[in-house]
Every structure is written in C-alpha cells, then in structure tokens.
Design a protein around this ligand. Sequence first.
Ligand code: UDP
Length: 323
Amino acid sequence: MSVLVVGGAGYIGSHTAQALKRRGYEVVVYDNLSTGHAVLADGLELVVGDISDTAKLSQVLRRVDAVMHFAAFAYVGESVENPRKYFKNNVQDGLTLLNAVVDCKVSKFIFSSTCAVYGIPARVPITEDLPRLPVNPYGASKLAFEFALEAYGRAYDLRFVSFRYFNAAGADETGKIGEIHAPETHLIPSAFEAIGGERGALQIFGDDYPTPDGTCVRDYIHVNDLADAHVLGMEYLENGRSAKLNLGTGRGYSVREVISTIERISGRKVPTQMAPRRPGDPAELVADPSQAEKVLSWKAKYSLDQIVATAWSWAQSRKKTGK
Ligand code: UDP
C-alpha cells in the first residue's frame, strides 16, 4: 500500500510520513518546498511539485493508493492580513489536488483540518457536532475544503477523514525532524527564540480573556500523536468508511501555563511582554477527543511536559547543527 504525503516536507507531514514508513507503508512525499524543507523528507522519495500542477500530480497519483494532504498555509494572523493567499492555496489549489485525486481514481484521502473551523465554540470541550462557524480566513479556508470533501465523498468513489487538529507542538524524539518555520509565530518555538535572544521578548497576546488567568487556553497535542492518528485513519479508510474527527488531548493550558512549563523544563526565564489580543483568536479551544478515541482506538500519549521537552531538544539540536 503506498501513500502520497502532500506537504510531507513540512512539520506535521514529515512526522506522519515517518510514522507511515515505520508501519510498512510505501511513502512518496510531494512538496513544493515553499515552507517545507527537503531535510525533513530525508530517507523518503521526494517529488518537488506544486498542488496546482495537475500534470505533475497525475503522474504520482497513478502510483499510489491513498493521499494525505498537509500542504496548506496555517497562520491565523497572516490569514487575516492576507486572505487571498489562504483562499488561493488552501481552497483553489487544494481543489485542483482533490480533482486530480478523483480523476486518477484514488479513493482514500486524509485531510489536515483544524479546530479553527469551529470559530468561537458554543461549548468547550468541543465535540464534532458543534456548528462550524470560523472567525478567521484560515478556518474558513479549511472549512471550504471540508465541505468539498463531504460533497465529493457523497458523489464520487472517495472516502475521507478530516482531522481537526488542535495545537500541534513538540518534535520527534530522534532529533531528526521537528518544527522549522521562518518566521516563527507559534507560541512554544517563539518562546524558545525569546529565551535565546533571537527575538525580543515573547509577546503575550491578550490577558483580558474570560479564562482563569486571562490568557488564551489551547489544547496542545504532540505531533507524533497526530502522526499515529493518521496511520490509524489510513487503516480506517481501508475498511471503507469516512469520518470527521477532533485530534486533541482534551486538556487545555493557558499561555501563561505554557510559559511556566517552558521555564521549568528549560531552566531558563522567558522574557515576556504584554501585547493586545491577536485578531482571530478565540479565548478557549479544547477538544473533546472521545470520538477519535472510539473510532480509531487512538489516544494522545504525550503530556505538555513531553511536548515542551521534545521541542526544546529539537530547538537546541538545530542550533548546533544549523538545520
Ligand atoms: N500566542 C502568544 N504569543 C505568541 C504566539 C502565540 O500569546 O507569540 C498565543 C496565541 O494568542 C494563542 C496561543 O498562544 O492563544 C497559541 O498560538 P499559536 O500561534 O501557537 O497557535 P494557533 O492557536 O494560532 O494555532
């Protein structure tokens, strides 16, 4: 069984590609390297191409049995400032990929969706049946793709899993792959940069939210827990079913709690500075992961401490190796 991992030279895609390989799948990575890094696909076949390139896609799609689609822009703040970029890549080019998949008669598809499709949830923890009302263009672009998948799944021979990730973080313990973003905007690696003096103080985006300490609460999930869910999702598709599933731990942490965990694990102080709320940020996003647990027999294994510890070792090793 062979899987095309589109966006497999990126952060979550590279961890999933390795997990698939460990499980005995043949893996082909397809990535345009615009935000991905060839080094993250080391040891795997890498086809450099764009998801808007139907001819190139069709060549590789003829060789595979399933597709996992990670190739998207994923910054909430940037999507507010530049929605055009998000709708072009995540929707327009995403649909080019999806059409090529259907035309090449590949019938199994796993999509990287996001908890941002829920917007400001009516209830926390969030269950999959809550209304999807995104409050930023990133979430809207992912929801548009979810809608297309659902329609295609009804009309064509296509089974799919849409995984709604909460906050992906951490790195593989091997130290070979991890998060590389430039510029970095995510909380944990940004805090490391502040510790190392590679940027100014870490800005805390808002402390007037209706949460226990006033800062935003998120459900941080280790990237290898996400990768394992994808492998199980592939097995689920092989049994002929479709699903939309939250991937989170079910436990939320505030920005301040994450910062104090980083300080305890790294033994270093994180220089911080208060800043206004970031547009598009809901106060609290925490998964109810029970559906994924039931359907896939999956459960997140890594704690916040392990997430921070693996991310910290990755950041330290990158500094040494210059990756
Ligand atoms: N955050 C922050 N300062 C930063 C980066 C992030 O206070 O420099 C907050 C952000 O407002 C959110 C949480 O940390 O509440 C996680 O943000 P991140 O960008 O890591 O992930 P997102 O939730 O946007 O996917």
